[in-house]
Design a protein around this ligand. Structure first.
Ligand SMILES: Cc1cc2nc3c(=O)[nH]c(=O)nc-3n(C[C@H](O)[C@H](O)[C@H](O)COP(=O)(O)O)c2cc1C
Length: 336
């Protein structure tokens, strides 16, 4: 049987299969089943910067007095009903999960600007978080703000979180940086222990009938995986951080591809929201089967063999491949 034991940011995992941040973390019986089916770690759903800042202000008793003197003020603040879990219930749920699950449990923070809200990282550590996942989901709408400024701002946020805890910190990224490898190197320099590639960028569609925006969340498919494979291949062995894949992992073969490109672990949400623990056990069996059939005694032996550094044809990951693909299309006989 292929050995699936995995080291991720100093955490020892029985398998490289991780439950991604999602409402799955609210449901302990579901998590117990997912762990029994092969999950090596669990990431809790996020607490959001806006939510934490609003709750912190309320705790300090400024907010209500201020809001009541200014009719407009309520519109600056996020609607509390938007957030299914408050800070205190989150912390006590984290303690509960740590007590009941025998795998690492990561807490998740979601925000991209430095500030007092990052203090919460310390409380998450005290409540037992095995690590902190910081999701830098950011939407840049200000044409006056350059990419460099946005990155500096984000790095400062990461630095604040890292400085508040001694547990590992991984950073969940969007794919939209001019140079993902260079940004990841800067993340490592401010103390990040890992990156998670990539956030799905939730883009509303336009509804022509109602002239409204369709903001429904659609679950992923495996079609989203190649964007992640490409980034993993570029990063593996070239940045001093652990690598996690998220987005489009729906089968053991998808997981194998991500690991071959360099992922230490793969995180899954959509597949598990759709099919629950059955998906986890199917993915585990298929991953283990593929590794065994291809002669790997352990998952560690397979990790990164298709990365830019190790692939038989590294140019296939680079610009050269783009030219080859375009030129190849034109020169193939019989194509219209
Ligand atoms: C319903 C739902 C809720 C999610 N909530 C969070 C969250 O709170 N924090 C976070 O970082 N990611 C969240 N995600 C993103 C997932 O963690 C994951 O990165 C993304 O869905 C891509 O993985 P998948 O293709 O396996 O779904 C959520 C995803 C879904 C579908």
């Amino acid at each position: 049987m292929t050995d699936l034991n995995t080291e991720w940011m100093g955490l020892s995992l029985r398998t490289p299969l991780v439950v991604a941040a999602s409402p799955l973390s609210d449901d302990l019986p579901m998590l117990e089943k997912l762990v029994a089916a092969g999950a090596g770690a669990v990431v809790m759903r996020s607490l959001f910067e806006e939510q934490i800042a609003a709750e912190q202000m309320a705790i300090h008793r400024h907010i209500d007095a201020w809001v009541d003197t200014n009719a407009e003020a309520r519109s600056f603040l996020p609607d509390r009903n938007l957030f299914p879990v408050g800070m205190e219930p989150y912390l006590s749920h984290l303690k509960h999960l740590r007590a009941r699950l025998d795998v690492p449990v990561l807490a998740s923070l979601n925000g991209a600007t430095p500030g007092g809200w990052t203090d919460l990282a310390q409380e998450l550590e005290s409540a037992g978080a095995s690590a902190i996942e910081l999701n830098l989901y950011d939407i840049c709408t200000d044409p006056g703000m350059s990419g460099a400024e946005v990155e500096d701002w984000q790095l400062e946020t990461v630095r604040e979180v890292v400085n508040r805890v001694s547990v590992p910190v991984s950073v969940k990224l969007s794919p939209y940086y001019t140079s993902v490898p260079a940004f990841v190197r800067r993340l490592a320099a401010v103390g990040a222990n890992g990156v998670v590639v990539f956030n799905r960028f939730y883009q509303p569609d336009v509804l022509l009938d109602s002239l409204d925006l369709d903001t429904k969340l659609h679950l992923s498919t495996s079609a989203e995986l190649p964007l992640r494979l490409h980034a993993l291949a570029l990063l593996h062995g070239r940045v001093p951080v652990a690598l996690a894949a998220t987005g489009g992992i729906h089968s053991g073969h998808d997981a194998a591809k991500a690991i071959l490109c360099g992922a230490d672990v793969v995180q899954m949400a959509s597949a598990l929201l759709q099919s629950g623990p059955d998906a986890m056990s199917t993915i585990l069996v298929e991953l283990q089967g593929w590794l065994a059939a291809n002669g790997y005694d352990s998952v560690n032996e397979a990790r990164g063999i298709m990365s830019l550094e190790n692939a038989p044809d590294p140019a296939a990951w680079e610009r050269l491949n783009y030219m080859r693909m375009l030129q190849g299309w034109q020169s193939r006989p019989g194509r219209r």
